[in-house]
Design a protein around this ligand. Structure first.
Ligand SMILES: Nc1nc2c(c(=O)[nH]1)N[C@H]1C(S)=C(S)[C@@H](COP(=O)(O)O)O[C@H]1N2
Ligand SMILES: [Mo]
Length: 374
């Protein structure tokens, strides 16, 4: 089904007023879409139930026994594949860290009103599936095809546009792009795209289309809602006097390091409580632009920085890397900051330049720690 206007239902995109708190609309989204409890970064591979979840509309009612993937458009042989047929094709497994492009949005000021992530919209899974390239080779891509458009079975309305969730990738697709039917060795859970999803290693979450039911090869760049309207770095504000900024598309994940929260938490403030003495600070760091080559920590709110030991990516070029640094905690209040730099030289800013959708905010994480007397 094509996208079509549906007026009078969707509120327009909105920027929160200065000082405006998180609203019930944002809370409703936050209660459906959950983040990774940061202590779960202790697991190299995130247990499926702890992986972050982001669903624009509803989790659709899907049945793997009747599921069909259609492959059509600018190609030689249209295909229709069931799950049995896909599972019978040669599969590969890739360990992939996935992060929502909106991670960090709730920290922006002024705040774009949407899913209000702090820093926790991330997870790492072992995805098993058929390389997309193999299926496209089977179908025979026509010379005039420039993009593949991926459609999810979920349906909704967003900013006045009724639509299936739909995104495209330029051709040729990378060899690591998967049609994944297995997550961490088991069937995909409903919320993660059961029975089939796209996995695009290194890209922000929006590219990894869940409940994948159709692939169409097209001869012009896809201009659908999730491509041309949403998921762009736009600088303009809600001010109607300002000209519309078409922005740049959101693609690869910017570098980020996060701390596995040390000590134990205060229930409401989430401040970490530690006893004085040696403590191993550890966490994960990742980037879609190449391996993380440096993680720095500041235990004095950014006054001075020390290099952590970073584990090399090994056989998993798209998975987060562990890091650690030993610290001697002295009594008092401290702010811990952590910052990753990747092989491309990209790093994390101390202050984030603002964009309209609140995407790619990889401002350094600040963790308040209270070291209590022994
Ligand atoms: N069909 C469909 N695919 C989708 C989405 C969606 O709402 N519908 N959300 C996207 C977004 S914005 C993200 S961040 C990831 C989240 O994947 P996860 O819930 O498995 O972590 O899925 C992407 N794929
Ligand atoms: Mo996302």
């Amino acid at each position: 089904m094509e996208e079509r206007p549906l007026t009078g239902i969707s509120p327009p995109g909105r920027i929160a007023a200065p000082g405006e708190g998180i609203g019930l609309d944002e809370l409703a989204l936050a209660a459906r879409n959950h983040g990774l409890p940061l202590e779960a970064m202790r697991y190299e591979v995130t247990p499926a139930g702890l992986h972050y979840v982001l669903v624009h509309y509803d989790i659709p009612d899907t049945d793997s026994s009747t599921w069909r993937l259609t492959v059509r458009g600018r190609l030689r042989t249209p295909l229709e594949l069931g799950l049995h047929e896909l599972r019978a094709l040669p599969s590969v497994t890739r360990r992939v860290t996935m992060e929502c492009a909106g991670n960090g949005r709730a920290r922006l000021s002024p705040r774009p009103v949407s899913q209000p992530w702090l820093v926790e919209a991330v997870g790492t899974a072992d995805w098993t599936g058929v390389p997309l390239r193999a299926v496209l080779a089977e179908a025979g891509v026509a010379p005039e095809a420039v993009e593949a458009v991926f459609t999810g079975a979920d349906h909704g309305v967003e900013r006045g546009v009724e639509q299936h969730y739909r995104r495209s990738l330029p051709l040729p697709v990378g060899e690591d792009v998967l049609l994944a039917h297995t997550m961490n060795g088991g069937p995909l859970p409903p919320q993660h795209g059961h029975p089939l999803r796209l996995v695009v290693p290194g890209w922000y979450g929006m590219a990894h289309v869940k409940w994948l039911c159709d692939i169409e090869l097209v001869d012009a760049p896809f201009a659908g809602y999730q491509q041309a309207t949403a998921y762009r770095y736009r600088r303009h504000t809600a001010d109607p006097a300002e000209p519309e900024d078409p922005g740049e598309p959101v693609t690869l994940i910017a570098p980020r390091a996060l701390l596995i929260p040390p000590g134990f938490p205060d229930f409401m403030s989430r401040t970490r409580v530690l006893r004085p003495g040696p403590v191993r600070l550890a966490g994960r760091a990742w980037s879609g632009h190449g391996p993380v080559v440096r993680v720095e920590l500041s235990t004095d709110g950014g006054g001075s920085w020390a290099d952590a030991e970073v584990r090399p990516p090994g056989g998993h070029p798209y998975a987060w890397q562990g890091w650690h640094l030993d610290w001697t905690a002295a009594p008092g209040s401290h702010t811990l900051l952590v910052r990753a730099t990747d092989a491309s030289g990209r790093t994390q800013p101390l202050r984030q330049p603002w964009n309209r959708g609140g995407f790619g905010n990889n401002q350094v994480q600040a963790q308040a720690v209270s070291v209590i007397p022994r």
